[in-house]
Design a protein around this ligand. Sequence first.
Ligand code: HEM
Length: 563
Amino acid sequence: MALAFILSGLLAPVVALLAYLVYQNFIAARWNPLHRIAGPPVRGWFKNHLYAILEPSVSPAAHEALVKKYGRSIRIRGVGPWDERLLTLDPVSVAHVLKNSTTYEKPWQSRRLISSLIGCGMLSAEGHVHKRQRRVATPAFSTQNMRALVPLVFRKGGELKDRWLDMIAEGPKDTEKVTHERLRIDVCHWISRATFDVIGSAGFGYEFNAIKDESNELFCAYKEMFEVAISQSNVVRTMLNVYCPWLTSLFPDQTMRTVQRCQKIIRRVAGELINENNRKIAEAEKNGSPFLGKDLLSLLMKSNAATGLPPEDRISDDDLLSSINTFTFAGSDTTCLTLTWTLWLLAQHPDMQTRLRAELLSVARPSADGLANLTEDELRSLYGMIANLPYLHNVCRESLRLIPPVHSTIRVATRDDEIPTAYPVHKSDGTIDVDKGSVSIRMGSLIHVAVEGFNLDKGIWGQDAWVFNPDRWEDLPEAAARQPGLFSNTLSFSAGPRSCIGMRFSLVEIKTFLYILITNFVFDVTDSKIFKANVVLTRPYVCGKYKEGSQCPLLVSRYISSQ
Ligand code: HEM
């Protein structure tokens, strides 16, 4: 009797699980309206289309083939048979999904993964928590505040330049091949150190000094934690982290222990920064003088302390800590990769590099003896001129269009909806629906927003869409000029209420760094072949050396004017 009771107790959950799986895979899947949309076949129970649409070495061709065969609203298979997703390359559909951020949220699984590392900051929060964080942070990213950061960005760019000049003067180390004063430099590694320095200083008034050396404990903690985040090599462990976080924190493995150790350091150091700022704000208030901190954290704390803000709209010290982590996580690698890919593209196109250099050198410097002696105001006015240079702007937007660091993003429908379409929808029975003008979507379905897919769409940008051509921006095809997107009709910074809050910040950094680097150095390709891989972001790797991690070696020599 007792045995029968125990067995039935054990059996019940198994039967319930089986029933659930049968329901999800055979019944719910059949009733899902996405099932009626055309899409590529799946050859096997656990086969999916994720590699083809997520991996930048194959995704442009995959997207092109899918659109040709199935139109711009495509049903694809996600992780399992229960996971039918909508891949949309229809601009009207994407604008709808990104604009309606309460109907289309970020899936809880990706939000949980991000939160487990950097806390529930703006990247992973949803609903009123996100709104509150975004409202408090928005003033910090105003044009005026971004201008205030210009001198600091020049200082960091100058430090990187001096470091490279020293390295070139010193000559090669064992690992660096040289041909007549040209040094092989992993630009990705070095620019990453510099963008960390910028975000530390401009983000929260902290000096990582990573261009100098890589020993700072907060820098090491962030680096180690982000490396864990991007490796996620143990799929089972990652799944457990998402679905049973209590289990993995009860039985932490080496990776988890590393993350916990890093988080402890970050909490301590960043906590001190927050306390210090709180103290300064209180002191300024007491003295009736303004608090002068210009970094994002100070500005965020100032806007949070503003007298007009209702208490329920204020964010907590924990949220402030998550914001520091979020700015570091979202703002350093993305900008580093844009700069790295731009230098790589310019190294492949020496004529464009020369043309850009000529334009940058045409900007009159307020002082002949370099940037170091310029006042903050002079640097700001210099940046004003640089920011308006047309070819530099075209190079930046073309690089961000061609190789967007964020390859794609994903949303989940929080209710049933009709997603409007501009193009006819191909159905799974072989017919084409020209009249309906929408795709029915059920609550819980995932929508794949192909950032790179949009940016490289030949049907929109023209037959040369996969080619680096900064001049295309002088005469865009009509369809491209109608594309949604926060930045220059591209989705590189996304669109709508969840688009990138740091776009202006990164453009100041990208343009200033390009100005300093291109007017001081010449960049050439090496004999190493570089390929792109989507490891959270689109990163460069050397062919045959994937295991060595992301790198982008270029031959760097000093630019010497012939005049
Ligand atoms: C070239 C550099 C950058 C690129 C290409 C980029 C791109 C993006 C994209 C595509 C998103 C939307 C992600 C999604 O929907 O899944 C995003 C969001 C975000 N970015 Fe950036 N980003 C860059 C630089 C920065 C910088 C410098 C910062 C901060 C200092 C920053 C802070 C954020 C934040 C906080 C969000 C979340 C916004 C929200 O959900 O409300 N980003 N970024």
